[in-house]
Every structure is written in structure tokens, then in C-alpha cells.
Design a protein around this ligand. Structure first.
Ligand code: F6P
Length: 371
């Protein structure tokens, strides 16, 4: 790896964590803007795995990103270079003989690999985990610019992350479809959405999709309050209800539903929809069904809005490197894209403020939050 202010000839891009619609648009913009400056652009396979276990890749784990390679990818979901949520070089999971895992620090090896491939700068595209890794790599002397991505919208310091708008749009389309079937059968339909420990997807899709109840991690819920709302709707002639529940929502005095916690990756959330479906059916006496949207929220083509943010972020990352910046993350602060220190970006998670305008609107519309 060259020094943090030497000449740039070669730039590598890594995408880490869960995929989000818009990643390919970032890659395309960064590659075209880099090539325009005479730089060679590369993609590291699957986070940093391409460099940490190159023997596992037929192409050696590092691929040349040419103009041809990034043609026609702006509208594609996923990431053409692959991603992983198990590849933190500072806490790399290694499988022991007995099947258990131990975490080891392989960051020095990764930095050496950058130097061996004469990579002068890195663009790290990812969520809070990837931004913390980028920050630690920056502290080790790597010239790096971060690009925030997540459908969860829980990254601080940027007004929004790309992927969020696509996820919300798809959830709303599902809610529209579920309304007609719920009404026809006079049922309660529970819709579980992703979002980790933040309620952004649930809140925004719930309000835009006319849900009657929205349960978010920021407000521990009481199912009795939820059932009262459903029964009150019934008394006033609305025989069905739509409940949107965020995967990170939890009952008052209860805990978040966790599917698994493995070494080397964040805990997997899920199961809250199932937990409340049966209980609500008992409390209301109404037939209650569950739909878990899960990874459907991460797939598909990015909306025009997400494409634009992603393209702006990719180009801004290259401009940051060209200006000699490092250890920063690009961030949307309309109408501009600004640069914030990576350390600030990862200091805290961005939760839904309970007094934000969308919350106030939801309350005025009569949406129940189970409180
Ligand atoms: O951070 C994005 C996200 O989709 C979260 O909403 C979800 O909790 C998590 O990733 C799921 O990750 P995976 O199923 O890929 O392990």
C-alpha cells in the first residue's frame, strides 16, 4: 500500500456486509471516475476474502474492473464483486478441528496483500461493520474512503443510505397487495420486515402502506394495546388489520428475537413475527397470518433515487481520493455529498427519533405503536 498521500495508480473496491440495491451503481461510478483519472480499478471478491484466501478463487480474488466490466450494471441488484458478512480481517473466523470457530487478527496480512498488489487506495462500501473495519485499516496507514450502504438506514452522519428507498418501496407494494386479501378474509396480517435494531423500514413502509399497527425497536410494545386497536377497528366496521413488525422489535420487558449468534458475524435477528402471530390470534379471536419479507427487501433493481445516490457516492469517493482525503466516509447532506471522518460515522447507530415528523404523522393518522 502506498503512503496515504502518494500518487494513486491503482484503486481497489470492496463491498462488505449484507448486499443492498445500488452497490453496482457505486461500483460503476467509481470505476468510470477512476479510469477517467488514469487510475486502474480493481474489485476484491467477497469483502476482503479475495485477498485473504486468493487460492479459493479461479481469478485470484482480485478482478480488473474495466469499462466493459461495469457496463449495464447500474440497474442490477446485488454486487458483481460479491460480499460477505463473515470477513472482518480484525476478527477473522477460523474453523477449529472440533467444528468451533476462533477469531484471529489477520489485518496485517491484508495490509501486506494491498502492498503486494500495489494497491494505493481502497474504497470500502458497506454498513456500520464495514465502516469500522475501514476506520481501523485507515489507522494502520491504509488510504481508504468509505461509502455507506444499508437497507436499514441505521448509519449515522448520512441523511440516508442507498438501498433503503428500494426496500421501503417493495415493502409498500407488498402491503398494498396484502390489504386486499386481508380485507377479503377479515384477517389480521402480520408483516415482518428487516432493519436490525432500527425501525426505519417498518415505520416508513407502514405509514406509506397504510398499516394499522407498526412495531419498531425504538418503542417496546404491549400486545394488549395492539389487540385493543384491532378490536376497535372491528367495532367501527373495519374487519381486517395490517400489522408491520420490525425484526428488532421487542415486547415491554422482553428481548429481541435472535435466530443465531455465530463467531465472526453479527447476530441474526428474526422470529418476532411468529412470536406475536399466535398471541394476537388468541387475544383478538381473529384469524391471523404472517408474512416475512426478509431478503426480498434486499433484492431487485434499485429505485431511481437509490441509483442516483449510489452513483453520486461512487463518484464522490473517487473525488475524495483525488483531493488527497483518507479515513473519511461520503455522506448525503442534501443538496451536497460531504465527507465525514470514518470514526464519527461509526460512533452511534441512527435510530428513529420518536419526535420525528413521520412519527408525528403516524400518530395523527391513528397508527398504533403498541404503547
Ligand atoms: O443489514 C441489512 C440486513 O438485511 C438486516 O436488515 C438484517 O438483519 C441482516 O442484514 C440479515 O443479514 P443476513 O441474512 O444476510 O445474515
Amino acid at each position: 500500500m502506498g503512503t496515504q498521500n502518494g500518487i494513486i495508480r491503482k484503486v481497489a473496491i470492496a463491498t462488505g456486509g449484507g448486499d443492498a440495491p445500488g452497490l453496482n451503481a457505486v461500483i460503476r461510478a467509481a470505476v468510470l471516475a477512476g479510469i477517467a483519472r488514469g487510475w486502474e480499478m480493481y474489485g476484491i471478491r467477497d469483502g476482503y476474502n479475495g485477498l485473504m484466501m486468493p487460492e479459493q478463487y479461479i481469478d485470484g480474488g482480485l478482478i480488473s474492473l474495466t469499462r466493459d466490466r461495469v457496463r449495464g450494471i447500474t440497474h442490477l441488484g446485488g454486487t458483481i464483486i460479491g460480499t460477505t458478512n463473515r470477513g472482518n480481517p480484525f476478527q477473522y473466523p477460523v474453523k477449529n478441528a472440533d467444528g468451533t470457530y476462533t477469531e484471529i487478527d489477520r489485518s496485517d496480512e491484508l495490509v501486506r496483500s494491498f502492498a503486494m498488489h500495489e494497491i494505493d487506495a481502497l474504497i470500502s462500501v458497506g454498513g456500520d461493520g464495514s465502516m469500522s473495519i475501514a476506520n481501523s485499516l485507515s489507522e494502520k496507514g491504509v488510504r481508504v474512503v468509505g461509502v455507506p450502504k444499508t437497507i436499514d438506514n441505521d448509519l449515522d452522519q448520512t441523511v440516508v443510505t442507498f438501498g433503503f428507498d428500494t426496500a421501503v418501496g417493495f415493502a409498500v407494494e407488498c402491503l398494498d397487495r396484502l390489504h386486499t386479501t386481508a380485507a377479503s378474509h377479515r384477517r389480521v396480517l402480520i408483516v415482518e420486515v428487516m432493519g436490525r435494531y432500527a425501525g426505519w423500514i417498518a415505520l416508513e413502509s407502514g405509514v406509506a402502506g397504510s398499516a394499522d399497527v407498526v412495531l419498531i425497536p425504538e418503542i417496546p410494545f404491549d400486545l394488549k394495546k395492539v389487540s385493543e386497536k384491532i378490536l376497535e377497528r372491528q367495532r367501527s366496521g373495519s374487519n381486517f388489520s395490517i400489522v408491520v413488525v420490525a425484526e428488532g422489535a421487542k415486547p415491554v420487558g422482553g428481548s429481541v428475537s435472535v435466530i443465531s449468534k455465530e463467531i465472526g458475524r453479527a447476530e441474526r435477528l428474526g422470529g418476532i413475527g411468529e412470536r406475536i402471530t399466535e398471541e394476537l390470534q388468541e387475544l383478538t379471536g381473529k384469524e391471523t397470518r404472517l408474512v416475512v419479507l426478509g431478503h426480498l427487501l434486499r433484492g431487485g433493481s434499485p429505485t431511481a433515487n437509490d441509483r442516483l445516490i449510489a452513483l453520486r457516492f461512487g463518484a464522490a469517493a473517487i473525488r475524495a481520493l483525488d483531493e488527497g482525503q483518507s479515513g473519511v466516509m461520503v455522506a448525503l447532506d442534501p443538496p451536497i455529498v460531504k465527507y465525514v471522518p470514518l470514526a464519527d460515522a461509526t460512533r452511534r447507530m441512527k435510530n428513529v427519533p420518536l419526535d420525528c415528523d413521520t412519527m408525528l404523522t403516524a400518530r395523527d393518522l391513528g397508527v398504533c405503536f403498541g404503547d
